[in-house]
Design a protein around this ligand. Structure first.
Ligand code: ZN
Length: 190
């Protein structure tokens, strides 16, 4: 799993490719921890397939809205209106409560007060999407990867804002290799 899109809501969208990243609760547990949505050592035993389904549904709605913005945010369709209503409804819920508790050595560590709630975690991601979609500065940095066959979306926070790929090591490198091969073929055919 990768967490390099620049926003937690876009990292969720990225779990769709190249294959289903959150098919059930096990993968969702890894994703929640990797995305930093839950503090370390949070017990996630309750995270099940119904949670994964809810996160996949939110992912589909965020993707619909983000791609509509990438397409220029023109005349909203019924599907974007429905997606927006669902994301707004989730974002209106309370995000996870955070508290500091003493561990066995007496150090203060973070914990979710009241335990992990699916609705609260969905609210945190939906809120991130609302903040992204309503921030003109962030929207101006929204990009779709130019990599061949790559559908990832990310925020271009690079200096100069000329980043073309979701990852320089993956899509960027693939493009450089392809370019090199084309050049080698062209010089060989002369
Ligand atoms: Zn890419």
């Amino acid at each position: 799993m990768r967490f390099d899109s620049g926003r937690v809501c876009l990292d969720l969208v990225a779990t769709f490719t190249p294959h289903e990243g959150i098919p059930d609760g096990d993968e969702l547990r890894v994703w929640l921890a990797g995305a930093g949505l839950v503090p370390d050592r949070t017990p996630l035993a309750r995270v099940g397939p119904d949670w994964a389904a809810a996160f996949r549904a939110l992912r589909g709605d965020v993707e619909t809205l983000v791609r509509a913005e990438l397409a220029g945010g023109a005349a909203p369709s019924a599907s974007t209106a429905n997606a927006l209503a669902r994301v707004n409804a989730l974002a209106a819920g309370p995000p996870p409560g955070l508290c500091a508790v003493r561990d066995q050595e007496g150090h203060l560590v973070r914990e979710l007060c009241g335990g992990v709630e699916c609705g609260a975690l969905l609210a945190a991601v939906a809120r991130d999407a609302v903040e992204l979609l309503t921030d003109p500065g962030d929207l101006a940095l929204l990009r779709a990867c130019e990599g061949d066959g790559c559908t990832r979306v990310y925020l271009d926070t690079s200096r100069g804002h000329r980043r073309r790929w979701c990852s320089s090591e993956l899509c960027g490198n693939r493009e450089r290799v392809a370019r090199h091969r084309r050049r080698a073929l062209a010089s060989g055919s002369r």
